[in-house]
Design a protein around this ligand. Structure first.
Ligand code: SAM
Ligand code: SF4
Length: 328
């Protein structure tokens, strides 16, 4: 699948639910109204649409949300995708908050998952509770232990927040090194209304990187995922650190991904409103693979060149959708 700018679209991110067992302050309001269940794609529809993308050339699928592991019977989807590994699909991955990993880690491995991203912004239990509004750090650490024991390769995703976890960055680097986890820092993105003002905690990763380089030996890494991160190797820990700076445009040129929301809208760019309603296609033409394939091809033909994110106190969020609907 080639888009109008000659980029090969090979990576699909799928949000399987907008629901979550946490309420991270930068992601959701405390009193979130979740979508009615009938609006969500069923597990069968998710399988059907993933399958159509694989047939069209997508070889990597990331399952995300909301919290994907709180979706009922979600393992059914992982099993179905697992059957396509080596048969069109190269990799199935997962982004999770880790709270359910103790229960699911080995089952994920059985389904062919080899790498997961786990979001963790702090190693301080009290602070974790504050950021996630009610989360239990021990549960996540237990889940990470289970993931390691099951043989999953783990990357930690940390949203850098000024005045919240900026003083803990070294601890996170050290802890990831000790545990053999890669680490990626993320800048806050202006997506969806929350109760707080995002720019108060906005911390540019250029600052984080400059600060880290005073104490750690960082060398630019040639590691590239086709994603929005740039990487450095850390000599002291032997691990890699990534920096995701979505507000800069530097990664749009190599963007290889599209995103499917939990309600079946395909977004060709995280930072643009244009989308294609694949749920409608599937519900209007049940079982019609051609209609779905045509709708996907038509949508890829509209993939825009880049995003329009602006973080600005006076404005509404640049993108009204919450990250949990589109899938981070
Ligand atoms: N619940 C799972 C988790 O937390 O990993 C998966 C979904 S979550 C929306 C995916 C990632 O998006 C997490 O790493 C989270 O920290 C990040 N995220 C959520 N809202 C964000 C925002 N407004 N700006 C930047 N990152 C955000
Ligand atoms: Fe839930 Fe993930 Fe959003 Fe936190 S970042 S509220 S864990 S979806």
């Amino acid at each position: 699948m080639l888009d109008p700018f000659g980029r090969q679209v090979s990576y699909l991110r799928v949000s399987v639910t907008d629901r979550c067992d946490l309420r991270c302050v930068y992601c959701m309001a405390e009193e979130m109204t979740f979508l009615p269940k009938k609006d969500l794609l069923s597990l069968e529809e998710l399988e059907q649409v993933c399958s159509a993308f694989i047939d069209s050339g997508v070889d990597k699928i990331r399952i995300t949300g909301g919290e994907p592991l709180v979706r009922k019977n979600v393992m059914q989807l992982f099993q179905a995708l697992g059957r396509r590994i080596g048969n069109g699909l190269r990799e199935v991955t997962l982004t999770t908050n880790g709270t359910q990993l103790a229960r699911y880690a080995s089952e994920l491995v059985d389904c062919g998952v080899r790498r997961i991203n786990v979001s963790l912004d702090t190693l301080d239990a009290e602070k974790f509770r504050r950021i996630s509004r009610w989360g239990d750090l021990d549960k996540v650490l237990g889940g990470l232990g289970a993931a390691k024991a099951a043989g999953l390769k783990v990357k930690i995703n940390t949203v850098a927040l000024r005045g919240v976890n900026d003083m803990e960055i070294d601890d996170l680097v050290r802890w990831c090194g000790e545990n053999g986890f890669d680490l990626t820092f993320i800048e806050t993105m202006p997506m969806g209304a929350i109760d707080a003002i995002r720019e108060d905690t906005f911390l540019p990763l250029s600052e984080v990187r400059a600060d880290l380089s005073r104490r750690w030996t960082l060398t630019d890494s040639d590691h590239a995922t086709g994603g929005p991160a740039t990487y450095v190797d850390v000599a002291e820990t032997g691990q890699r650190i990534g920096f995701i700076t979505p507000l800069s445009h530097n990664f749009c040129e190599s963007c290889n991904r599209v995103r499917l929301t939990c309600t079946g809208q395909l977004y060709m760019c995280l930072g643009q409103e244009d989308n294609a309603d694949l749920r409608r296609v599937m519900r209007d033409h049940p079982g019609d693979a051609n209609a779905l394939n045509d709708a996907i091809a038509e949508a890829i033909g509209r993939k825009p060149k880049g995003h329009d994110f602006i973080i600005d106190r006076r404005n509404e969020p640049a993108v009204p959708r919450h990250m949990s609907v589109t899938g981070g």
